[in-house]
Design a protein around this ligand. Sequence first.
Ligand SMILES: NC(=O)c1ccc[n+]([C@@H]2O[C@H](COP(=O)([O-])OP(=O)(O)OC[C@H]3O[C@@H](n4cnc5c(N)ncnc54)[C@H](O)[C@@H]3O)[C@@H](O)[C@H]2O)c1
Length: 258
Amino acid sequence: MSKRTQDKVVIITGGAQGIGFGCAELLIREGAKIVIADVNAAKGEAAAAALRAQGGEAAFCQTDVLKEADCANLATFAYQHYGQLHGLINNVGFYGRASIEETTPELWDKYLNLNLRSAFFCCKFAIPYMQKSGSGSIINIGSIHGIQPASNLVAYGVAKGGLLSLTRSLAGTYARDRIRANYIIPGWVLSDTEVALHESLGLPEDKLRAIGPTLPLGRHQTPQDTGHTAVFLISDESAQITGMTFHIDAGATTLPLK
Ligand SMILES: NC(=O)c1ccc[n+]([C@@H]2O[C@H](COP(=O)([O-])OP(=O)(O)OC[C@H]3O[C@@H](n4cnc5c(N)ncnc54)[C@H](O)[C@@H]3O)[C@@H](O)[C@H]2O)c1
């Protein structure tokens, strides 16, 4: 029996670790062929090797999503390597804290370019190959702060809000090419970067992990929680779903802000 994402060729930016790698693991299990795109060559190569060791097909393409030429090269690499391209997960992002007062023009550009312009570049170059392949599914990894502002995540929130707008624009524009675009809001995932960020803000890892049982469904979310939704959205099970937002946050947004 065919697996849920059998032979779907999928690019995952920032796929070397964290949420991106969690998506890759579940997609590989369901038969997808993965291109890990990451600026970190050592981690990216290791991630692709780990996926191959699980019996799947995975390749690494060193990519700095801040550079337009790298994003163009990435899409061409994926298409030439596998002969098709069906999926793109725009996952790269960084969520360092900064209020309005703390946000310099340089910081603003850095957050907007990393979290938003990167996805625009990757979509621009991946879509022509999806058109050649007959269909496509774009997943933009967003944030609750794309729809619900936080005063210490200003540029990040603006970038993720822009990413939601880009998602809906893509959905409307490319539906007739059978290219869909959806937006996932992961919950609170203790990736290496998230743990390091909290350490730098004075919250040690053990105290951070102790918060899990107090959350609405009793734990932090995992990269795999997002990965399950990615499998659904890359698969043909979601063939009629586009322009939508998926919350993987254990109901956090149904509760009043503390
Ligand atoms: N961790 C969370 O709690 C959380 C919650 C909501 C949304 N998100 C979003 O999920 C996504 C992934 O978060 P994470 O915590 O797994 O991230 P992470 O920091 O663990 O992983 C990010 C990956 O991106 C790569 N990367 C960084 N800059 C790059 C560049 N210029 N070009 C290519 N690759 C680059 C890194 O090497 C790394 O492998 C982000 O978009 C983030 O905003 C995370």
